[in-house]
Design a binder for this molecule. Structure first.
Ligand code: HEC
Length: 208
């Protein structure tokens, strides 16, 4: 009678020990995680709470580290190709006044705060001669096709973290479509307009 019970107790004890060991392991790694988090917090906490002089240093550190992180967060968004195919280039030209303080648009135009934008559609990013791009943009890589222009012009600093284009972006899909269609006209041979197939593919890409 006692034997089976004793066996059960031993088994229960063994299981308990396993649970405790397992739990302790988890707890230890959890504490490490928490610790790591605390270190980071402590730094910024110090920046805020100690002498006023230390705060600008913290700011400098973070603004220096940003351009080094070349990354893109795909900003998603509604399809743009169908809008571009039916956009209004004249309206786009009017909108380009918003860019003209920093960009020239004519062939061979001077670089200003930003690079000349003649022939920008389908050009490689960051390739205007004699213009000094931010590290972020020159390292980004890729072409200014309709899709990348759309995302960049929506939120430049979100699409290319660390870009030095200080512009908040064009919020309305229609405005971006209009200006992109106008930018397309600034070329000896303008890029192909989006085809029905491109429009369809874009819809599927966004849906998936
Ligand atoms: C306040 C100045 C400013 C305004 C306004 C501005 N940009 Fe820019 N733009 C820049 C700068 C600076 C760069 C270079 C960015 C870099 O190197 O990170 C740039 C880069 C670009 C590029 C990439 C060019 C290349 O060669 O890779 C495009 C495209 C562009 N701008 C389009 C526009 C359009 C379109 C508008 C208006 C809707 C606009 N920008 C408004 C300053 C501006």
């Amino acid at each position: 009678m006692n034997d089976p019970l004793a066996f059960n107790k031993i088994l229960a004890g063994f299981l308990c020990a396993c649970l405790i060991l397992f739990g302790a392991g988890k707890f230890a790694s959890f504490m490490q995680g928490v610790d790591g988090g605390h270190h980071g917090d402590d730094h910024s906490g110090d920046g805020h709470s100690s002498s006023k002089n230390s705060y600008p240093i913290v700011v400098t550190e973070s603004s220096v580290s940003n351009p080094a992180t070349v990354s893109s967060s795909p900003i998603m968004i509604t399809p743009i190709l169908a809008l571009i195919a039916n956009a209004d280039a004249d309206a786009g030209q009017k909108l380009s006044k918003k860019c003209a303080a920093c960009h020239s648009f004519n062939a061979g135009g001077a670089n200003k705060v930003g690079p000349n934008l003649w022939n920008i559609v389908n050009r490689d990013m960051g390739k205007v001669e004699n213009y000094k791009y931010s590290k972020a943009l020159s390292a980004f890589g890729g072409k200014w096709d309709y899709s990348s222009l759309n995302q960049f012009l929506l939120k430049p600093k979100q699409y290319i973290k660390g870009t030095k284009m200080n512009y908040t972006g064009l919020k309305k899909d229609k405005d971006r479509a209009n200006i992109i269609l106008w930018l397309r006209s600034l070329a000896e041979t303008p890029a192909e307009l989006p085809s029905e197939e491109d429009i369809q593919n874009e819809k599927e890409d966004i849906a998936s």
